[in-house]
Ligand binder design. Structure first.
Ligand SMILES: [Zn+2]
Ligand SMILES: [Zn+2]
Length: 333
């Protein structure tokens, strides 16, 4: 009575290939994940551009520029989704084979008989394809100025996935505008949350994230400007431009000008303090150590205290970063 099922199982025996449609989000973007173990950052690429502009041989990570062939960019969620969808296809084929068996069995039962045995097969819920993270639209939408590939990322992305173009200039200005917009939204956030503790925690996170993103955006921009000027020289160490003094020295070697040539001593001191505070946020969760006191010259804290970053300090920092960056950009060929 299980002839159909046996036949179907025979067909399923061995290696099987299933094609599973990759769902895009509501705006037509695919989720992608960098395969480099140091990065694993997620970004999005428009489905049309993934098909038409991205080459199979080489795709670039929007954050770190890592290059790999186009079949290496599935997110963990997409891999899980593909597994579940393949299992659902197997289940549905077995299910319909069993249903055919059941129909045949039922049709052979005599209707006038004293005892009737029927079989029915019930399906489980069908696996629906829901766009991954559709609920969380990523904030920055970028169109590559070089090849017009559309991609998106949270925070800041620098490389075009299709052509690898470093859109540092565009991203630098967009990121700074984004930080200002988030700080501007803070009073509204404060008003909307009734609980005081939550308000303060949220505000602190927004301000500290703003500082960290501002320094990263400057770092990437400075790296890109520096690379254009000194392509022949040895590449500076990773994150060299996160450090104000080290970055200024590199810049001086490349152009003959140091950061002090673009900023007043007061602005330099304020920026040095903010860059050191970013370092604390990234490495000590904001707890002051002796290194910080020595390098920043900040006399407001003792070792062991937690720094407090004000939104006014971040806004002033954004202005200094902009002045510094526009001075540096003028040296660029
Ligand atoms: Zn990456
Ligand atoms: Zn491009």
């Amino acid at each position: 009575m299980f002839d159909e099922l046996k036949r179907e199982l025979g067909r399923l025996h061995g290696r099987q290939q299933f094609s599973v449609a990759l769902p895009s989000d509501a705006d037509g973007y695919y989720d992608r994940e960098c395969p480099s173990p140091e990065c694993l950052c997620q970004f999005k690429v428009h489905e049309d551009d993934w098909r038409d502009k991205v080459r199979n041989e080489e795709v670039f990570c929007a954050f770190c520029g890592h290059a790999a062939s186009s079949d290496k960019w599935f997110t963990q969620e997409q891999i899980e989704h593909a597994k579940a969808a393949a299992i659902a296809q197997v289940r549905s084929r077995i299910g319909s084979a069993m249903r055919r068996d059941a129909q045949r069995w039922n049709s052979r039962q005599s209707r006038s008989g004293f005892l009737r045995i029927t079989m029915s097969v019930k399906d489980g819920p069908r696996h629906h394809l829901i766009p991954i993270a559709a609920a969380e639209p990523m904030r920055l939408r970028i169109t590559c100025p070089q090849c017009s590939c559309r991609y998106a990322a949270v925070g800041a992305a620098f490389f075009c996935p299709a052509c690898g173009h470093n859109a540092a200039d565009l991203m630098f200005h967009q990121t700074l505008a984004g930080i200002r917009a988030t700080l501007d939204a803070l009073p509204g956030v404060r008003a909307a949350i009734p609980d005081r503790d939550t308000v303060e925690t949220t505000a602190r996170l927004v301000i500290e994230n703003g500082l960290q993103n501002a320094v990263t955006a400057f770092q990437r921009y400075a790296e890109a400007l520096h690379e254009k000027l000194s392509a022949a020289q040895a590449k500076p160490r990773r994150n060299a431009f996160q450090n104000l003094i080290e970055g200024s020295n590199l810049w001086k070697t490349a152009t003959g000008k140091a950061y002090e040539d673009y900023l007043s001593p007061a602005a330099m001191a304020a920026l040095a303090r903010l860059f050191q505070q970013r370092h604390l946020l990234a490495h000590t969760q904001g707890v002051v150590d002796q290194d910080y006191l020595t390098r920043s010259g900040d006399t407001a804290y003792r070792v062991g205290q937690r720094i407090v970053v004000r939104d006014t300090a971040v806004r002033t920092g954004l202005q200094h970063i902009e002045s510094l960056a526009s001075g540096m950009a003028r040296e660029s060929p």
